[in-house]
Every structure is written in structure tokens, then in C-alpha cells.
Write a protein that binds this ligand. Structure first.
Ligand code: NAI
Length: 338
């Protein structure tokens, strides 16, 4: 089946890892027409707009997008394109499966958890102002609408994917009203899913438990900011940001992206590891019903990683982005012959 998908290569290493992923998906025999669109620093330099309306129109039309990393200027400059995309497209759930990848060295084995992060509010609402010089207020927005929506999403995901437990992560002992509201919504959702075990953990304790016994967790549901921090921590449990994919999901639009940034220190040098964006692309293939293609690419990726001959510098190898992608393509063609 033919698919039309918006491609946002992004900044820094984005075009290199996107190119590698497009090559692998083509080698797997997928019939995809890509609609490429610039965003972020590249688009801003060219058009003065970091999030061009034509990009949003393309994603709304195709309902599926694959996105590389986008640079966000610190303390000034244009607003975060990542946050803008999530808001403009109603992508309220950020899903990040964290699982050991064979052949990738990590401190833990048997990690198999899923982060479900609320994507639209909390301190990410970006509502900040200076009350008087030297005093800045930043508003943490938590609504029952968004909290109930993400809680239901987490439980429905758990049920559909045969997962047994959802853990709500919070700081309601201190933020009694805001995180308290979040918790009352997760409890309410839990009561509608009696087949899924529900528990709660305070965010600081959650971090400690995660770095001691990550295998004890299953699905975690978190407000936006804790979700942002804890999901990077969890990536570190299985080998880092280069080997974890993610999806941003709304009711009828899905945008898949690597969780790492633009890696300015290695950009343009053909050194980046495209695995994270490839894993995001596999989530995308499952989303559009190309499950068998996704599985075949996953197996080819795992074969390359376990043979350990061809891997990028972040995983201790010397291969270029292109050589690594070509190795996965070769494994795919071997898979076809066998
Ligand atoms: P970063 O993830 O770009 O880099 C951190 C370190 O990891 C660097 O040493 C980099 O070389 C390495 N690294 C990252 N991805 C890699 C890959 N695929 N292969 C090999 N090595 C990799 O984080 P940093 O430096 O904090 O952020 C740089 C820019 O990226 C910032 O402008 C930030 O706002 C943006 N960013 C964008 C994200 C997105 O679009 N979703 C997410 C995180 C950051």
C-alpha cells in the first residue's frame, strides 16, 4: 500500500539521520511518498518562520509525520518548534517505549517500560512573566481535561498492548492542588480499567527506583515536565538518547520523532547514529499498519547491532551514518533471500 508522509528532517544531524531512515525504509520495500518540509533554524533562516504554515497543512493532510531534531534557542529567539507542533496539531500524548536493544551496551538488562507523558500543559505552557525586576513567575497549568485524557490514554495503551500495570508519577505531597488534580484523574481512569493494576509514586522516589530496579516498571504516566525529565533518564537505562524512539499522538494525527537533539558537535560529519529515528519510524510503521515491515527492519537492525562490526561512534564503533544504514539495508536484502 502506498503512504504519503510528511518528513521534517530538522536541524543539525537531522538531515543525516532522516536520509539514513528514508534509505532503510525504501530498502525494505515500503512504498512511501515523502513530503519534505523545513522547520526550526533552517526554516527560520530561509523564511523568517520556524514553523511554516505549509508544514502544518502537510501534516494535517497526511495525518502522519516523521521528524528529526529541531534546535531551540535558549533564553530568547523563536519559540520551541517542538512545543508549537504538539500544540498546533493536538498531539497530547508522548509515548516512549524504553527497551533493551540487543547488542547495545547498557547498565541494565530486562528493561521494558513505556513512558506516557502529557504533552500540552504543565510548566510547558510557557506562561512566564516578571512580577517585579528580579522576580519571575512561571505558571504550572494542570487541567482535569488534559489529565483525564492522558490517564485514559495510558490505561487504554496498557490494555491494548497486554501490559499489566500503570504507575502515576507525581509530586502531589507538595503541589497538592495541581498534581493532586492530575492524581485524581489517574485514579478515576484506573477505576475504569480494573484489569490493569494501578499504583502511584512520587517523582523523586520514582527516579531512585528507576535507576535501581527499572525492570519493576511497566507503563508510567506523568505530567509534562516530569515526563520530559524521567523519559531521558529512562533512555539512559538502555544505552542513551541514540537508541530510543518516540511518538507524539493526538486523536487523528501522529508525529514520530527521535528523542535526541540536533547534536551540533557532530552535525554535518556523517557520524550520527540514526537508530533512534529508525526506531521512531518503526513505531510509525506499526501505526500505519505496516507491522510486518516494521518487524523485518527491527530484525535487520538487531542483526547489525549484535554482529558488532558496524556501529557508530556513540556505540563505540567507527562506522559513518551512511555505512551503518547501508549495513541494515544489506541485512534486509539477506532477509529477503533467506
Ligand atoms: P543533543 O541530544 O543534541 O546532544 C547531546 C549529546 O548526545 C551530544 O554529545 C551529541 O553528539 C550526542 N548525540 C545526540 N544524538 C546523537 C545521535 N543520534 N548519534 C550520536 N550522538 C548523538 O542535546 P543538546 O546538545 O542538549 O541539544 C542540542 C539542540 O537540540 C538544542 O537546540 C536543543 O533544543 C535541541 N533538542 C531538540 C530535540 C527535539 O527536536 N526533539 C530534543 C532535544 C534537544
Amino acid at each position: 500500500m502506498k503512504h504519503t508522509i510528511t518528513l521534517i528532517p530538522g536541524d543539525g544531524i537531522g538531515p543525516e539521520v532522516s536520509d539514513a531512515v528514508v534509505t532503510v525504509l525504501a530498502a525494505a520495500g515500503l512504498d512511501i511518498e515523502w513530503e519534505p518540509h523545513d522547520a526550526g533554524a533552517t526554516a527560520f533562516a530561509r523564511t523568517g518562520d520556524a514553523l511554516p504554515p505549509s508544514l502544518l497543512e502537510s501534516v494535517r493532510r497526511n495525518r502522519v509525520a516523521l521528524k528529526g531534531p529541531i534546535a531551540t534557542p535558549i533564553a530568547g529567539g523563536f519559540a520551541s518548534v517542538n512545543v508549537g507542533l504538539r500544540k498546533a496539531l493536538g498531539l497530547y500524548a508522548n509515548l516512549r517505549p524504553v527497551i533493551n536493544l540487543p547488542g547495545v551496551p547498557s547498565r541494565f538488562e530486562h528493561v521494558d517500560l513505556v513512558i506516557v507523558r502529557e504533552n500540552t500543559e504543565d510548566l510547558y505552557a510557557g506562561l512566564e512573566h516578571e512580577i517585579v525586576p528580579g522576580v519571575v513567575e512561571s505558571l504550572k497549568i494542570i487541567t482535569s481535561h488534559a489529565s483525564a485524557r492522558i490517564a485514559k490514554f495510558a490505561f487504554a495503551y496498557a490494555r491494548t498492548n497486554h501490559r499489566t500495570r500503570v504507575t502515576a508519577v507525581h509530586k502531589a505531597n507538595i503541589m497538592k492542588r495541581s498534581d493532586g488534580l492530575f492524581l485524581s484523574c489517574t485514579r478515576e481512569a484506573a477505576s475504569e480499567y480494573p484489569d490493569v493494576t494501578y499504583d502511584e509514586v512520587i517523582v523523586d522516589a520514582a527516579c531512585m527506583h528507576l535507576v535501581m530496579h527499572p525492570e519493576r516498571f511497566d507503563v508510567l504516566v506523568l505530567p509534562n515536565l516530569y515526563g520530559d525529565i524521567v523519559s531521558d533518564l529512562c533512555a539512559g537505562l538502555v544505552g542513551g538518547l541514540g537508541v530510543v524512539g518516540s511518538a507524539n499522538l493526538g486523536d487523528d494525527i501522529a508525529l514520530f520523532e527521535a528523542v535526541h537533539g540536533t547534536a551540533p558537535d557532530i552535525a554535518g560529519r556523517n557520524l550520527a547514529n540514526p537508530t533512534a529515528l529508525l526506531l521512531s519510524a518503526l513505531l510509525m510503521l506499526e501505526h500505519i499498519g505496516e507491522t510486518s515491515h516494521a518487524e523485518r527492519i527491527r530484525q535487520a537492525l538487531v542483526r547489525v547491532l549484535t554482529e558488532r562490526e558496524i556501529r557508530t561512534g556513540d556505540l563505540g564503533g567507527t562506522a559513518t551514518t551512511r555505512e551503518y544504514a547501508d549495513a541494515i539495508c544489506r541485512e534486509l536484502s539477506r532477509g529477503v533471500r533467506s
